[in-house]
Design a protein around this ligand. Structure first.
Ligand code: FAD
Length: 529
């Protein structure tokens, strides 16, 4: 084992291994340290168009063909059929009510579908993380990264000249000296514990517990709810969200039939179950199914492929994400909630930013300069707050489907505007654009204001408000996003079924600062033709 290197990276999830590889491609001497081994189970599986745009940019900039191929479902299948994944055409939402089957009222039912891709081959994917993370580790090794698994890091020491990480591997003590250390340990929180970094969780709003597993034999919602009006894509080939009184449930189907599913429960929601043991995963799981007959019907024949697990609080947030000779990946710094699947995209954006930071390092320093690290840290802090506000607003909105659907429009307006802007005007500096509207004078303030308005309606106690209050909120959202709404969102004529609408995009060319002709010229690329 090496005794020194230029960059030590702690944690080999996809973020740590991909960044390790990009630095090795740039000529850095990198060691990647993992406490476990691969393949291993990991949660956080549903990717999005913004995540795939990052992968494509990384693929193009560093000549990594696999990153480009893994950025759409069609290319993934053609080039990496052995890496398990699921087709994700968009975001599907149903609102269920306790002890009532989902009410199939045609176009009037509480169902929202937002397409993220125009057809299957350009679609996003659910990542079977055991396979995907393992792939990225293997690729890092091929690129020259020294990868060490089963490492137990016991201490880290920063001096003005170096950082030294010490630990034990295979019974042998070691000390690794590096120029710079990146903490990609996720909620493992390696540096948070070593440096006693204070928590910043009290500044944040969202609180949820998680009960989850992978399952075989989950029925398709299209079988459970036959006769629903046709949507822009088949309901099940998406990130399926079941919004319930206690929070929400995700259900992510992989192409091989396995489904990743979990309930996210608010503290009030969990307490309302009145279980003898409110930390017993299986009791919580089956209590939830008992409460919601349509979900129970989908899971009637499902068998967990591993024990159902429970985490009482999945949020974490630190007060610092960089320091002298170190930086954290987003998942080590903060996590809010899986709602709207922000994690992979945010992590990949940070991989891009740190790779660029090392690229622009002064030759005699061989590590990011202070200004770039300060920029990185400010971005992460603002973005973590923004994710929290968007998600906290959605939790408030869960009290009534109209409020929830309107808040979802805010999220989709922000990401679709960013996605189309990035696709139409490709540029490496895009990696530094704020995530979720941060830095956009129109979009940045909206999640805060939206959350404030929602709390006024719900009194932060789940009140549904009057029909007038709800109508006002829905109208406010439609007006607030109008100057960024290139996707035809918040349109009542759509009946909550939103396809990818290229005609709308062409009509809204001015919002993107482009002429009709310029957009028309770019359309084949957007359509994947
Ligand atoms: C319940 C849940 C659902 C989610 N769903 C989604 C979703 O649908 N879509 C989405 O985009 N995002 C989702 N996320 C977020 C997503 O999981 C993260 O963005 C993603 O896992 C970040 O990857 P990473 O490589 O940074 O960290 P991780 O995947 O957390 O990997 C960290 C690695 O570090 C290793 N490690 C930890 N401590 C140490 C140590 N001391 N020494 C050495 N190694 C260590 C671990 O073993 C692990 O391999 C979800 C998160 C949660 C909690």
């Amino acid at each position: 084992m090496k005794q020194s290197c230029e960059v030590a990276i702690v944690g080999s999830g996809f973020a740590g291994s991909l960044l390790a590889r990009l630095l090795a491609v740039q000529g850095y001497d990198v060691v990647l340290l993992e406490r476990g081994t691969h393949p291993r189970f990991a949660i956080g599986e549903s990717s999005t168009p913004l995540a795939n745009l990052s992968l494509e940019r990384i693929g193009a900039r560093y000549g990594l063909e696999d990153c480009y191929q893994l950025a759409t479902h069609g290319r993934w299948l053609a080039h990496f059929p052995d890496l398990r994944r699921g087709l994700k055409r968009g975001f599907t939402f149903y609102r269920h009510h306790p002890n009532e089957p989902f009410a199939s009222r045609g176009y009037d039912c509480e169902r929202l579908l937002v397409a993220a891709s125009p057809h299957d081959s350009l679609s996003d994917t659910h990542w079977l993380r055991a396979d995907v993370d393992h792939h990225f580790v293997r690729k890092a090794i091929e690129a020259g990264v020294e990868y060490l698994d089963h490492v137990n890091l016991t201490s880290v020491d920063f001096s003005s000249a170096a950082v030294t990480a010490s630990g034990v591997r295979e019974g042998n003590e070691f000390a690794l000296r590096a120029n710079f250390l990146i903490d990609a340990s996720g909620p493992g929180g390696f540096l948070a514990r070593q440096l006693l970094i204070p928590s910043g969780l009290e500044q944040t709003e969202t609180r949820s517990a998680l009960v989850f597993s992978h399952f075989d034999g989950v029925r398709l919602m299209s079988d459970v709810l036959p006769g629903m009006p046709e949507g822009p894509y088949p309901d099940d080939w998406a990130a399926v969200h079941h919004v319930i009184d206690e929070g929400w449930m995700y259900s992510l189907r992989f192409d091989d039939g396995v489904t990743s599913a979990g309930f996210l429960l608010t503290p009030r929601g969990l307490a309302s179950l009145k279980l003898a043991d409110s930390s017993d995963a299986a009791s919580i799981w089956y209590a939830m199914l008992e409460q919601y007959p349509t979900i129970a019907s989908a899971f009637a024949d499902a068998t967990p492929l591993m024990p159902i697990a429970f985490h009482p609080g999945i949020q974490h947030r630190l007060t610092q994400s960089t320091g002298e000779r170190w930086a954290m990946m987003p998942h080590a710094y903060a996590f809010v909630d899986p709602l709207f699947s922000t994690g992979i995209a945010w992590s990949l954006r940070a991989v891009e930013r740190l790779a660029l930071a090392f690229e622009s390092a002064a030759p005699n320093q061989r590590m990011p300069d202070k200004d770039v690290l300060a920029r990185y840290s400010a971005a992460l802090s603002a973005e973590a707050n923004q994710i929290d506000r968007v998600v906290a607003g959605a939790y408030e909105g869960m009290s009534h489907f109209d409020l929830f659907a309107a808040q979802a429009m805010l999220y989709f307006a922000i990401v679709s505007f960013a996605e189309v802007s990035q696709r139409l005007k490709p540029d490496d500096s895009v990696a530094w654009n704020g995530f979720l509207g941060v830095g956009d004078p129109v979009l940045e303030p909206l999640p805060r204001e939206s959350l404030r308005r929602l709390k006024e309606i719900t009194h932060s106690r789940g009140a549904t408000g009057t029909s007038e209050e709800r109508r006002d909120f829905v109208e406010w959202i439609a007006n607030a996003i109008a100057s960024r709404n290139i996707a035809g969102l918040a349109n009542p004529d759509r009946k909550n079924l939103y396809p990818v609408d290229f005609d709308e995009l062409v009509n809204k060319h001015a919002l993107l600062g482009m002429s009709r002709e310029q957009i028309l010229k770019a359309l084949p690329a957007l359509r994947g033709m």
